[in-house]
Design a protein around this ligand. Structure first.
Ligand code: BTN
Length: 259
């Protein structure tokens, strides 16, 4: 598919007011995050979307790399939220992904704190948000979404044991175009609702599969172990340590401990 066809077939399925009115499609990019950042500098409007067929330097959270082979979805969406709505973006993005996956494939996905999307205990999607805030104003917040759609993670030793894909879980090929369109529709709806003061927290928490699990959280500074008690409205994870004390964690990497 050429760049024009990819963008216009997504646009023809969209029911959005502003997200996806501008879509930049590239067969191959280093990372959609850097391209989105460049587009912001050139004056890209809110809702501009960057999609890559493959990425050669896909970025993950905490300095990791993100594998982006053909058949996957690699996309960044440029938003310009109010400062007070910035913390909700992670919840909005992960909920939009869960809803779109259910709608397009029929498969139930869940959220592993803070924002990994999982199916049957394996990761199917990662979300990365990069933003720039100056003098109390959000210049941009780019939401990067990577979904394993139509490829077999088993063909990639580095993720074979921890990842799954939509085509594997649904046992059929999934339309990338339909998935992107649904995802952008849900994202915009949730974003507008959040801007109007309707918090997404409750629905997000309902889809949080980490709760109640015995976990280990690597915060980069410490490793905490205990039970995932709940997640606060600000997105912080509350862990009950083995001695009964509670600790609130702002960022980290969760591993579920299986007995
Ligand atoms: C993670 O789970 O570590 C986050 C992964 C985010 C991957 C997406 S793919 C589209 C966008 N471009 C990137 O380079 N990264 C994000």
């Amino acid at each position: 598919m050429n760049s024009y066809d990819a963008g216009s077939s997504i646009k023809s399925r969209l029911n959005t007011r502003f997200i996806g009115k501008q879509i930049y499609y590239y067969p191959k990019l280093a990372t959609t995050m850097d391209t989105a950042r460049d587009l912001v500098k050139k004056g890209a409007v809110e809702g501009t979307v960057v999609i890559a067929g493959t990425q050669t330097a896909g970025k993950g959270r905490i300095g990791r790399t993100w594998l982006s082979p053909e058949g996957g979805l690699a996309m960044s969406i440029i938003l310009k939220p109010k400062l007070e709505n910035l913390p909700q973006l992670v919840m909005i993005a992960s909920l939009a992904v869960v809803r779109a996956i259910k709608q397009v494939t029929g498969v139930e996905a869940g959220i592993k704190w803070p924002n990994d999307i999982m199916i049957n205990g394996k990761k199917v999607c990662g979300i990365l948000i990069e933003n720039e805030v100056k003098e109390g104003r959000v210049n941009f917040a780019d939401i990067g979404i990577g979904i394993n759609v139509n490829f077999s993670p088993r063909d990639f030793p580095e993720i074979a044991d921890i990842a799954t894909s939509l085509s594997h879980e649904a046992s059929t090929e999934i339309s990338n175009t339909e998935l992107v369109a649904e995802l952008l529709d849900h994202l915009e709806r949730l974003y507008i609702e959040a801007n109007n003061g309707e918090p997404v927290y409750r629905e997000w928490l309902k889809n949080m599969e980490t709760l109640g699990q015995r976990i280990k959280v690597d915060t980069g500074k410490t490793v905490e172990q205990g039970w995932a008690e709940t997640v606060a409205e600000n997105g912080n994870l509350i862990v009950r340590r083995e001695d009964g004390s509670l600790i609130e964690i702002n960022a980290g990497d969760v591993t579920v401990i299986k007995d």
